[in-house]
Design a protein around this ligand. Structure first.
Ligand code: NAD
Length: 486
């Protein structure tokens, strides 16, 4: 079932694989075993320069095609991704450690959705006609931004590459994508597929490396836009660097999202939502509802069902289709999550289940549930990005809304209740960019995704993403004489 993980070369620039062994070596580690599965090199300044130059050279001709022609390439790429879903899913599992049970339905498939959706939209991207007094009129032209840089996190390497590349390319831009240094393999496959689908060389380049490779891309004057998926601290740096050059930005950052369960909720659905919102991808999802506020009347019943259902988690070989809980992405991320488990216990939260390192090679821990968590505890305030769920008690609607909003983050929020008026009322008052009612963590390409407050700027997916990868040129047309004062 495994596939070769060592790519032909580290980077993909101007339509082909390129290597520069002067770059710092980067080991790619399979999180399930700790084994090195590929060895790459970080991009040198020469590689970064080639990537930017080839993107600039290719962009104008691409933008001059009709949207329908651009869309055809993206839709062909979507078909190739779906045909190769199995192979791509195995690679995603090797890159991230996420179980094949997840990767086979959530990664290349979601990337293909984005390519198909924006491919379909590309032919409809237009400006508008604006009638004005005296027979004058104006029109707008929707233009590409130019060269866009995408910088990815490690949890969804295929999806992040496609969520950024698809709208960027649909609008007529070129993209240079820098994957996370932890998961560099999948974006190279996206590049291969785009070229095979007919994308001209230079329009989707992949350069590898850590922040030191990302940073010059955010300041280079030849770059017009930076789209980051990453943590808030990195977001602050990248946003500031891009602001210096007055570049466009999209910031998809971290969160500490609330999931509110009222006592009239369907408990099975609410527990299901809490599981999806805390343990899918071993908890390494930005929008996770890690602060689970449970109304007092159903707290014990909720905890009982949650614990029972968690005990059926299948933790094992991620490539085995029965496995539904995999390892953490790295030793460092495992250490962060385990430290938060220790901090929660020290601060007086009750560890109901899990939270221990599994004694085998790789980066494994059991999914953790804390009860009796209070708002001031570190596990309730800070993003953990691991499988650590905190249950907080509440009694009253106004109280829970105030507590849910008492955070610098605002990525997502969920409400479980049978009272739909209450559900909509509460969601109307929650400070979050992406909300779920009686569900959690759905991200269809048709729906805008993104955060408010420190969780981000801009939106990915849906028609909203078009606004972030294009700009309007306004043209005033005078039909009569020009009246000047002298
Ligand atoms: P990170 O912030 O450590 O790194 C993100 C990316 O930024 C990496 O590719 C990294 O190399 C790069 N980078 C770091 N410093 C840089 C700099 N100075 N200039 C340019 N690039 C730089 O995040 P991570 O640990 O890879 O991912 C986890 C974080 O990502 C979490 O906070 C999570 O919530 C967030 N995330 C957000 C979303 C979203 O859509 N909102 C999705 C997934 C992950």
């Amino acid at each position: 079932m495994t596939y070769p993980t060592q790519p032909e070369a580290s980077h993909f620039v101007n339509g082909r694989y390129v290597e520069d062994t002067d770059g710092t070596p980067m080991d790619v580690i399979y999180p399930a075993t700790g084994e090195v599965v590929a060895r790459l090199h970080e991009a040198t300044p020469a590689i970064i320069d080639q990537a930017i130059e080839s993107a600039r050279a290719a962009q104008a001709d691409w933008a001059a095609l009709s949207g329908t022609e651009r869309g055809r390439v993206l839709r062909r790429a979507a078909d190739l991704m779906r045909e190769r879903n199995h192979e791509l899913s195995v690679l995603e599992t090797m890159d991230t450690g996420k179980p094949y049970q997840e990767t086979s339905v959530a990664d290349a498939t979601s990337g293909a959705d984005a390519l198909e959706y924006f491919g379909g939209l590309a032919g409809s991207l237009t400006g508008e006609h604006i009638p004005l007094p005296g027979g004058d009129w104006a029109y707008t032209i929707r233009e590409a931004l130019g060269v866009c840089v995408g910088i990815g996190a490690w949890n969804y390497p295929t999806q992040i590459a496609c969520w950024k590349a698809a709208p960027a390319l649909a609008c007529g831009n070129a993209m240079i994508f820098k994957p996370s240094e932890t998961t560099p393999l999948c974006a190279l496959k996206v590049a291969e597929i785009l070229i095979e689908a007919g994308l001209p060389a230079g329009l989707f380049n992949v350069v590898q490396g850590a922040g030191a490779v990302g940073a010059p891309l955010t300041t280079d004057p030849r770059v017009d836009k930076v789209s980051l998926t990453g943590s808030v601290p990195t977001g602050r740096k990248v946003y500031a660097a891009a602001a210096e050059g007055i570049k466009h930005v999209t910031m998809e950052l971290g969160g500490k999202s609330p999931l509110i369960v009222f006592d009239d909720a369907d408990i099975e659905d609410a527990v299901g939502g809490a599981i999806l919102g805390n343990f899918y991808s071993s908890g390494q999802i930005c929008s996770n509802g890690t602060r689970v506020f449970v109304q007092a009347g159903i707290k014990e019943a909720f905890l009982k069902r949650l614990t029972e259902r968690l005990s059926t988690a299948v933790i094992g070989d991620p490539l085995d289709e029965a496995t539904n809980f995999g390892p953490m992405v790295s030793e460092a991320q495992l250490g962060i999550a385990l430290n938060y488990v220790a901090a929660g216990q020290e601060e007086g939260a009750r560890l109901v289940t899990g939270g221990t390192r599994i004694d085998k090679p790789g980066f494994w821990m059991t999914p953790a549930v804390f009860a009796d968590v209070t708002d001031d505890m570190a596990i309730a305030r800070e993003e953990i990005f691991g499988p650590v769920l905190s249950v907080l008690d509440f009694t009253d609607e106004d109280e829970v809304i105030a507590r849910a909003n008492d955070t610098e983050y605002g990525l997502a929020a969920g409400v479980f209740t049978s009272d739909l008026k209450r559900g909509h009322r509460v969601i109307g008052r929650l400070e979050a960019g992406t909300c779920y009612l009686n569900s959690y963590n759905d991200a269809p390409v048709e729906m805008p995704f993104g955060g408010v407050k420190a969780s981000g700027v801009g939106r990915e997916n849906s028609k909203a993403a078009i606004e972030h990868y294009s700009q309007l040129k306004s043209i005033y047309v005078r039909m009569g004489a020009v009246e000047a004062p002298f």
